[in-house]
Design a protein around this ligand. Structure first.
Ligand code: CO
Length: 156
């Protein structure tokens, strides 16, 4: 049974810590399996497009993104290349509720990661997917979108 996890709300030191890499041999670990079972439903329940492990209180390098094919996990995701070309786009964050702002991000990123089976994968992401990857990977480095945003506004 999966459960909906509590989201850590800014300000909280957990959101500001650099997260640790996951050892691929630990992927069968029960706690990690349970976490991955719960993160996707938590993201979906809160209408998020992505969720990073620090947001549910774990400082490990794990994110989930709601892709067009459904929730997908990225373990130890690393941006290898990003386009010099950037674009502005509006962002929000489950850890910064009701706040939105414009953030300039690379239009295209090339990212390496491990999947839930521990297989090494890569993705070339464009537009919104590139934006979400950059936003979520920032979480793993203790960075929030409000650090980079302009025209922050509050909307209930
Ligand atoms: Co966020």
């Amino acid at each position: 049974m999966s459960e909906i996890l509590n989201i850590i709300i800014n300000p909280n030191p957990i959101l500001r810590k650099k997260s640790e890499e996951i050892k691929i041999e630990d992927l069968n670990n029960q706690d990690l399996q349970k976490l991955m079972q719960d993160m996707a439903p938590t993201m979906l329940e809160k209408d998020g497009v992505g969720l990073a492990a620090p947001q549910i209180g774990k400082n490990i390098r794990l994110i989930v993104i709601n892709t067009k094919d459904g929730p997908q996990y990225f373990i130890n995701p690393k941006i290898i290349k990003k386009s010099i070309l950037k674009e502005w786009g509006e962002e929000g964050c489950l850890s910064v509720p009701d706040v939105f702002g414009m953030v300039k991000r690379s239009k295209k990123v090339y990212c390496e990661y491990f999947d839930i089976k521990g297989e090494k994968k890569s993705i070339e992401a464009l537009g919104l997917m590139a934006r979400i990857l950059q936003h979520e990977i920032d979480h793993l480095d203790g960075i929030l979108f409000i650090d980079k945003a302009k025209n922050l506004r509050e909307e209930k």
